[in-house]
Design a protein around this ligand. Sequence first.
Ligand SMILES: [Zn+2]
Length: 328
Amino acid sequence: MARFGKLRFLAWPVTSVISLVVSATVMAVELELPEGIVTHPDGRKPVEELYRAYTSLVGKGWHLDIIVRSQPPGRSFALPIIALRSPRGGEACWILSGIHGEEPAGPNAIADSIDAIAALGERQAVVLLPLNNPQGYVNNWRYLNMQGYSDTIEGQSVGDSSHLLADPESPGRARASAASSVEADAITRYVLEHSEQYPPAASIDLHEDNLISEGYVYSQGKLGSAEPLAQAAVRTLQENGIPLMMSGETRFGEVIDNAIIGPVVDGSIDELMSASSIVVDGRVQAGPEADIVLVFETPASEIGLQQRIRAHAALLRSIRSCGPELRE
Ligand SMILES: [Zn+2]
């Protein structure tokens, strides 16, 4: 039996059980992790270390939810997609990361910044989805079904939300008839189910792009590229040595205004977070409608992983609270 901190791993295929004792209450949390996972060796933390850091919040009263156990075709074991909710509900800061498996900086930065996130959760409600594509993280695969981005083949992103987003040509209908994967279905359901108790005031999604040498920030919320928090994030990235594309267009043809791109229609979970209305099972209903929706894209082609992690960690630590009061 291998031991790893508080996580205990039994030989595969026997699953492991974590029991964290919090004061007099025993909170049994089951994360089933096989032994002998080999995480892509580029300096990113082993996935077990990420789970250990994230689940440390349970010791501070946070709720751990297993959204789904992800096992795409061809994988020999399942890995849990988890969420952690702060003890208090209410207007919440949603923090997402690891949607694309070849972008390790965000999930690593969250692990490094877990104390800052715990402190944020004492000031206001937080919902953390730190590693949305654990299989992709372990294997350095962007999508569930394929390794990298392609112009010709549709990659299944765990963040695909087209099955809930209105078709611009026909607003009463969703753009896709079904979710592109069980993972996308489960994650988007989770967002909708928990948006009632933890309505998203702000949503922050940590990404990278290994095809660019200068980064940028998407601001999908109400103020678009004029969002002061996006502007503050630009300054934080610059202070941490991340080169940014200040003008021109992204590789997807989106206009860049001082390193910020306003709302885009891309079928992503970020578009879902900002949507004022959505289509669920053929019926139009209110969407999560977060005021502030930021997506950070750090350039990964020429900057080392540790520097990218530090930049993402600086962004996380710069969040004093989530909501319009931050703009003051
Ligand atoms: Zn990405």
